[in-house]
Design a protein around this ligand. Sequence first.
Ligand SMILES: [Zn+2]
Length: 117
Amino acid sequence: MLSRKEKRDIQILIRFVHIFCREKHGEDSKKPFSSPFEEVASLIEREVQLCESCSELLAYGVRKRFRCPHNPKPMCKKCETQCYSQDYKQRVREVMRVSGPYLIKRGRLDLLYHYLV
Ligand SMILES: [Zn+2]
């Protein structure tokens, strides 16, 4: 069972990757994102169309969040575990950089608080 906090984190991650893919990979061929975790699949409110690389990145992030050994989860950058590989960390940073301003513009600063990077 996922806690409220975990659900929220996963939803935020989905939103970030979704915006990023829409802005950066507009023309690429996309498929609706689906997760092998039933609980995660049920969190996806609307269809989230992603290209292959974003899909893979999101699946990775979701998996990591599922397996986070800390409760409560610390901010990732202050965490001693550093479970993201260097490569994925870089990619998520890029996603945050692109998607962050869109969320700010829409007044969703609350979504930025506490998440990754
Ligand atoms: Zn993409």
